[in-house]
Design a protein around this ligand. Structure first.
Ligand SMILES: Nc1ncnc2c1ncn2[C@@H]1O[C@H](COP(=O)(O)OP(=O)(O)O)[C@@H](O)[C@H]1O
Ligand SMILES: [Mg+2]
Length: 307
């Protein structure tokens, strides 16, 4: 369903036709494909055969593309710099084969105060760097649901970690203007924001999406003790996860999510004290596992686990 939300403008239809269709509130592939042939002939003003051709174009544009494993491997081998966003933490990058993977979702989990937000701020900074310095040379879309993002902290990190690069004020202004922050505090507004990300990514040339944190608004609004709520909550989270997965793949960008974990055992295994904790919803949503990397930050040992 998420591929179907692709805008018709990006599906290869003539711009004039897209304008005409948008006057009828037909803007996505899904809107287009849900209409009958007769309705399509009426709204496009085109012949039966032309409408058949248009249907083919739109279906192709939103159908998942087949890619062989060999092609995927070659793409990464020929252009390894665009396959990962290095974290600049040597050990972690080694474990991750180069950094946070482009084209997939990465979930950072750990207890409150373990450094998830700091990590996201650092990754945002790194994504704006030129590719020659290991960055992605792009903008960042940062959805903050806990008012945790701090611009001062970002600039502080920039000056402290990369004093040479940020020797002039000009570079600081440039990175600061490339990070677009959205504060969303309700489930509804987070979902709406996620649904509008495709346009944002294109218009801002975003190369990283961060959602910190993905579950806090859900935790606030849903009472897990009520069975119906649980279903609704899980539907919401899987809808969000599937849109984000589509965006990560479509634009070959990393998407970083944070999620608070409730209990932490001394042997390094994280367990959900509340088995229905939202941290599980993303990881367990159907079909997401192969695309989801989980980094667990441990505040005591500074170790990073991944699964
Ligand atoms: N501006 C800052 N300067 C230095 N350390 C900070 C700053 N902000 C937060 N920290 C430290 O980073 C730690 C991790 O914070 P944070 O990333 O917000 O955790 P989380 O998002 O996992 O709850 C905090 O315990 C705090 O000590
Ligand atoms: Mg945080």
């Amino acid at each position: 369903m998420n591929m179907a939300s692709k805008k018709l403008r990006r599906a290869g239809l003539p711009q004039e036709l897209c304008k005409r269709l948008s006057r009828h509130q037909i803007t996505t592939c899904q809107d287009f494909l849900c209409l009958s042939l007769l309705e399509l002939m009426k709204v496009t003003g085109q012949s039966y055969w032309n409408v058949q051709k248009l249907l083919h174009t739109v279906s192709q544009a939103c159908a998942p593309r087949m890619q062989t494993v060999y092609e995927m491997k070659m793409k990464r081998t020929t252009n390894p710099s665009s396959a990962f966003l290095p974290t600049t933490l040597g050990d972690l990058d080694k474990i991750l084969h180069g950094g946070i993977a482009c084209g997939s979702l990465t979930e950072i989990t750990g207890p409150s105060g373990c450094g998830k937000t700091q990590f996201c701020i650092m990754m945002s900074l790194l994504a704006t760097f030129p590719t020659s310095l290991g960055g992605l040379d792009g903008a960042v879309i940062y959805i903050d649901t806990e008012s945790a993002f701090s611009a001062e902290r970002l600039l502080e990190m920039a000056r402290h970690r990369f004093p040479d690069y940020f020797a002039t004020e000009e570079k600081l202004v440039l990175i600061a203007s490339r990070i677009h922050l959205y504060r969303e505090f309700t489930c509804d507004s987070v979902l709406k924001r996620i649904e509008s990300l495709e346009e944002e990514i294109i218009s801002k040339n975003a190369k990283l999406v961060v959602i910190d944190s993905v579950a806090s608004v859900v935790r606030k609004e849903f009472d897990t003790k009520l069975q119906g709520n649980l279903q609704q909550r899980s539907n919401l989270l899987s809808r969000e996860a599937s849109i984000l997965k589509y965006l990560a793949e479509e634009f070959s960008i990393p998407v970083i999510l944070t999620n608070q974990i409730t209990t932490w055992l001394s042997d390094g295994l994280a367990v959900q004290a509340d088995p229905l904790s939202p941290a599980d919803d993303f990881s367990l949503s159907e079909g997401k596992q192969p695309f989801l990397l989980q980094l667990k930050l441990d505040p005591d040992t500074n170790l990073h686990y991944y699964s």
